[in-house]
Write a protein that binds this ligand. Sequence first.
Ligand SMILES: Cc1ncc(COP(=O)(O)O)c(C=O)c1O
Length: 417
Amino acid sequence: MANVNENFLKLQDSYLFSTIAKKVAKFTEENPNKKVIKLGIGDVTRPVIPAVLSAMHKAVDEMGTKEGFRGYGPEQGYDFLRNAIVENEYKNLGIEPDEIFVSDGAKCDCGNIVDIFGMENKVAITDPVYPVYIDTNVISGRSGNFNESTGTYENIVYLPVNSSNNFIPELPKERVDMIYLCFPNNPTGTVLNKEELKKFVDYARKNNSIILFDSAYEAFITEKDIPHSIYEIEGAKEVAIEFKSFSKTAGFTGVRCAYTVIPKTVYGYTKAGEKVSLNKLWNRRTTTKFNGVSYVVQRAAEAIYTDEGKKQIKENIEYYQENARVIKEGLQEAGFTVYGGVNAPYIWLKIPSGMKSWEFFDMLLNEANVVGTPGSGFGPSGEGYFRLTAFGDKENTKEAVERVVKFGKTLAKHNKI
Ligand SMILES: Cc1ncc(COP(=O)(O)O)c(C=O)c1O
């Protein structure tokens, strides 16, 4: 008899996006003449940039020649890409190419990283949260059961972020070993400045904890004092692992390429208290379970760092940033309180008092024919909030905002906002 990993049975089914899809399908069926605009999904819509496309074509052609053909590549990524990442992302931060591990996605990396950590570790996450951090710790057995009444897993430390703490998580009140931080944040679109992030780095150094820093939305940062990498913070190279992705930066959600940075100065401990290099463990895990990202895709990623590539990517990011601005300013004009949207493609809207996230979803769909994501789907502290994304088409985004503004004005008339 083969037993199953019963931790999977503790997982809560995520009905979030399937429930949204069902509600939208029903609405569309009942209202075939209404144009529904979706500002709910976190996927990009701009096509792959020409610089990347031509690098891919070239690499594909190389693969068809005797001299250019490549079989298995290095599991950690080709030197040409690891060097380009160091040169362009970490030039003055002292990160070296063998501290970069190229992968097929930050989602997999954030999930797989749990392999190298002990089961007894206490894990902290911010709430609301990108669900991968929590679910992968549940699967690997670091949580207790799900508590229906609180909406949280036992044995996981939740760090709520909401308008009362200005979306800045407090340091854990109890000692934790692993802390997941995602900034710019999905879903709230908020950021930590250097001083705020330093508090976490100092906490981790004091407590021998590790920070797992997801920086998938770094390219959207516009303000000055916001760190683009956790390694800008003094001491972070002793305690932090950084996850980065080309998905949102360069429209690679379908192409698939990302990387994880583990400085050689980051250590975990055995139960006997011996220091173990996490870079070495991750390298071992990677060479055992992964055979590398395809040559064609790594050449595509490299092309992002050419002058042409940088220029084209900037245009795409600016396109989404402009959408974020239009959404944010439109909603504010309509009287809503909104967060995020300045250093991130996500706008986090405070729902008019007394209303739940799903009620607001239904109302917005019915009255404005606009789809967003209920904040409660990202954790208990997301209740009362709603996420809109800037990844849509410019014209549709404008139209959606006009409709939401109109809807907001009717709510305001009834003193609901
Ligand atoms: C916070 C965060 N990290 C990671 C990812 C996934 O990145 P990738 O496409 O590289 O797997 C996402 C995708 O939405 C995300 O929101």
